[in-house]
Design a protein around this ligand. Sequence first.
Ligand SMILES: Cc1cc2nc3c(=O)[nH]c(=O)nc-3n(C[C@H](O)[C@H](O)[C@H](O)COP(=O)(O)OP(=O)(O)OC[C@H]3O[C@@H](n4cnc5c(N)ncnc54)[C@H](O)[C@@H]3O)c2cc1C
Length: 417
Amino acid sequence: MTLALRHVAVVGASLAGAQAAQSLRRQGYEGRLTLIGAEAHLPYERPPLSKQLLSGQWERSRIDLPMDEGLDLDLRLATRVTKADLRTRQLTLEAARPDGRRSPSEYLGFDGLVICTGAQPRALPHLPEHLEGVHLLRTVEDCLAIKEELAASPRVVVVGAGFIGCEVAATCRMLGLDVTIIEALRTPMVRALGHRMGQVLGQVHLDHGTKLRMGTGVTDLTGDRRVAGVRLDNGEVIEADLVVIGVGVAPVTGWLEGSGIRLDDGVVCDATCAAMGNAPPDGHPAALGNVVAAGDVARWWHPLFERSMRLEHWDNAARQAEVAASTLLTGPNGARPYAEVPWFWSNQYDAKLQFVGTAEPGDQVEVVEGGTDDLRFVAAYGRKGRTVGALILNRSARASPYRRLIAQRAAFPPLPE
Ligand SMILES: Cc1cc2nc3c(=O)[nH]c(=O)nc-3n(C[C@H](O)[C@H](O)[C@H](O)COP(=O)(O)OP(=O)(O)OC[C@H]3O[C@@H](n4cnc5c(N)ncnc54)[C@H](O)[C@@H]3O)c2cc1C
C-alpha cells in the first residue's frame, strides 16, 4: 500500500463512488475516507428509474444501494466539488443550502482522489426550456416527476431511441399510454446493437403498439405553459402531454477543467484506471500516481479490445471502481489492468436483453443460437475474424459463456460452449 495515503477523497456518491469507498476499506485502507456527492441522497440504483420505479412496481425504498457496515466514512451529501487542484492537493466544495442559495466555498485536502462523477443527460439546446411536461431522466427526482405526471398524460413522446428512451417508452406503453419514439438515426439502439439487431428490437416496440418515427429530427416543441406537441423536421406536429428527452449523456468533467488531468470525452486513464496528466509540451502524458477514475466518467485503455473506451453500464461502474481502488492503494507498480468484457442488460416489455462485449459499425452479425422469430436467441458480433460481442435475448444463462468466449478471443463465428 502507498504509505503516503492518509486521506482519500471519492467524488461522486453513486454506484462507482460507493463501490470505490467500500473497495478501499475491503482492501485494507484504514486512513481518512471522504465521499462527496452532489445529490442529497445516499447512493441509489439508477436502472429502476426507467423500469420498476417509473412503472410503480417498486417503492422508492427498494432502490437504495446496500452499503457495508462500519465504513467509517466522512459523508458529504448535497455537496458539489467545483474545482480540483492537484498541485496543492485540494478540492473546492460547495454545499447546497436548503434555501437554494450558494454556500461559501470550503476547501478539502486529499492525498488520493477517486473520480466517480458519472454522466449527465444531454439536452437539446435548440428546444424551448420553459415548458412544463418536458423531462430528462437521470435522478430519482427526475423519475418521480415523470411518474407523477404520467397519470394525466395519455400521450407520451420519447425523443431518442437509445436504451433509456426505449425503456421509458416500453414502461409507459405497458401502463397503457399512447407512446411515440422519435429518433434522428434510422434504427433504435443502433449505436449499441448495430442496424440489424436494432431493427429486431424496433419490431418488438412496434408489436407492442409503440409508434416509431426513425430518421426524424425534432425542431421545436409546441405549447404555451405546458408542452402540447413535438414538431418534426418535416413540419408535422406529434401531439404530446409529456415529453421525455433521452438523447444520450455526457461525462461530468467540468469541475476538472484546468486541473492538469487529461480530459477527452471523460477522464483519460491508463489500463489500470490511473488518471493521466496532460502531456508536457515536450513529452508524453503520464499516469498521475494519486488519481484514479471509475464508472461512466472514466475513459480507459481496454487491453482486450486494444482501444480506449468509456462505458455507461451498471456492471462497469461497479467492477471498475474496485480496480481503481486497488490501483490507488498499490500504486502504479503493483496495479492490475481492468480488462472485464463489458456487460449490460435492458428490460423492454417482456424482452430481457443482455449485451456482452462491444459492437461497432461494420461488425459481422450472425444468429448463433435460436432464432429472431420467437425472440429467444443469441447473435454473435465478429470483427477481423474474432468474436467481440454477443446480444442475448431472453436466454439469460447464455451471457456468461459468451463473455468467456470473448475474453478468450474466440474465432468468429464462435462455437458455443
Ligand atoms: C434511467 C437509467 C436506467 C439505467 N438502466 C441501466 C440498465 O438497465 N443496465 C445497465 O447496465 N445500466 C443502466 N443504467 C446505467 C447505470 O445506472 C450507470 O452506468 C451507473 O449509474 C453509473 O454509475 P456512476 O457512479 O459511474 O455514475 P452516476 O450514477 O452518474 O453517479 C455520479 C454521481 O456523481 C455526482 N456528481 C457529479 N458531479 C459531481 C461533483 N462535481 N461533485 C460531487 N458529486 C458529483 C452525481 O450527482 C451523481 O450522483 C441506467 C441509467 C439510467 C439513468
